[in-house]
Design a protein around this ligand. Structure first.
Ligand code: CP3
Length: 359
């Protein structure tokens, strides 16, 4: 289903925004900036609201999810909002017993590790996505010309939580399944791809103007394993989003981000992305060269420098802006999500600086 007539990419509301233009390779737009995990614990107004709602409860309560999504836009004046949710929300909506524990991350009561466990992987019913669509509608109404970015977790990163039952440093159980039981592996990742495609699609139909797939843990795989075992499922996910096109037949821009994936950026592009999110392990100029010189980039202010004296951070910002100039489109962002102890005023200062100098 193509996007409806009133969608912000069709009505013109967001199509001429700097984020959408840069992601479509239009360098004449001003250099825009937003931050991964901009909605969250670095903001006192977020912490105040979250005192009354558990993490996942706030994700499926439309008024709360909408309010939290808008908080960083109001405070920092960033050029895009990212929908407040989590990569594991589709699990919850599909009936999996999942919670997000503060300071720990997603925890799943009964991990999926055998063929018998596959019985518990039910399809995500369309009506379960209603709170998501409702929250997005509220957000885009308030945002006006500022685009909203939809997101989801790539099958590999998402499956790692389902298989491990929680965060894990080395993903040993996940990687064992990957090499020992191909059939089970493919079934689990296919399900993760399907529910996430539905999750992202719901956000876009309700009004998001770009989308980002987070394969945060892909770097724990080598390039070979990524290509043989993770990439086909990410490609299957992206192909389910092929009908997300505007009136002119142009698709909703797709950003693909992973940590520690500098060795296989072309492979991350090849699964069906339009732009690549770059972490701190490679410069934008090198990523640009590795990708063959034709790919818009997003990134990559080193999150490790957010606490540094302003002069140091400013020099780094100048380097990132300069390095990103070579790409046919650049959206400024961090190398990973905002760390929870970040001084929010630093983020506002970065936005003001980029808006001042970042043409
Ligand atoms: O502002 C935004 O970027 C939108 C919100 C967002 C959240 N999670 C909210 C959240 C996004 C885009 C995510 C993505 C996400 N979730 C990823 C991929 C991005 C990345 O950081 O690599 C991953 C791997 C997850 C799974 C997850 N959820 C983790 C690892 C954690 C952190 C655990 C911790 O407490 O440090 C979460 C919890 C989470 N997701 C929080 C937020 C605001 C913190 C919840 C709290 O307030 O306690």
């Amino acid at each position: 289903m193509t996007l409806r007539p009133g969608h912000p990419l069709n009505s013109g509301a967001s199509a001429s925004s700097a984020v959408v233009r840069q992601l479509r390779g239009d360098q004449k737009a001003a250099r825009p900036v937003w931050f991964m995990r901009q909605a969250g614990r670095s903001l006192p107004e977020y912490r105040a609201l979250r005192e009354r709602y558990a993490m996942l409860e706030s994700c499926v309560t439309p008024d709360i999810a909408a309010e939290i999504t808008l908080q960083p836009v109001r405070r920092h004046g960033v050029d895009a909002a990212i929908f407040f949710s989590d990569i594991v929300v589709p699990f919850l909506l599909a009936g999996i017993d999942v919670e997000i524990q503060s300071g720990v991350g997603p925890v799943i009561d009964q991990p999926v590790r055998s063929h018998r466990d596959l019985d518990r992987l039910r399809p995500l019913e369309a009506h379960s996505l209603e709170p998501i669509a409702e929250a997005v509608s509220q957000v885009v109404q308030e945002l006006g010309s500022t685009p909203l970015i939809a997101f989801g977790g790539a099958p590999f990163t998402l499956a790692s939580y389902l298989i491990e039952g929680g965060p894990s440093k080395d993903l040993a159980i996940t990687r064992a399944m990957m090499s020992e039981d191909r059939e089970l592996w493919d079934a689990v990742l296919t399900w993760c791809a399907d529910i996430t495609a539905a999750f992202i699609s719901a956000q876009v139909h309700a009004g998001a103007s770009a989308l980002q797939l987070f394969d945060s843990w892909a770097g724990k795989l080598g390039a070979q394993d990524y290509v043989s075992s993770a990439a086909p499922h990410s490609a299957a996910l992206f192909s389910q989003l092929d009908d997300l096109v505007d009136d002119s037949g142009t698709r909703v821009p797709r950003i693909h981000f992973g940590l520690g994936t500098a060795e296989f950026l072309p492979e991350m592009l090849a699964v069906g992305a339009d732009a690549i999110g770059v972490d701190a392990t490679i410069t934008l100029a090198k990523a640009h060269a590795a990708l063959g010189g034709e790919v818009p980039l997003q990134g990559n202010i080193d999150v490790g420098l957010l606490d540094a004296p302003w002069e140091v951070l400013r020099r780094h910002l100048d380097d990132v802006l300069e390095s990103g100039r070579v790409a046919p489109g650049h959206v400024l962002n961090l190398s990973h999500g905002v760390p929870k102890d970040t001084d929010p005023d630093v983020l506002t200062k970065i936005v003001d600086y980029v808006h001042e100098v970042g043409s």
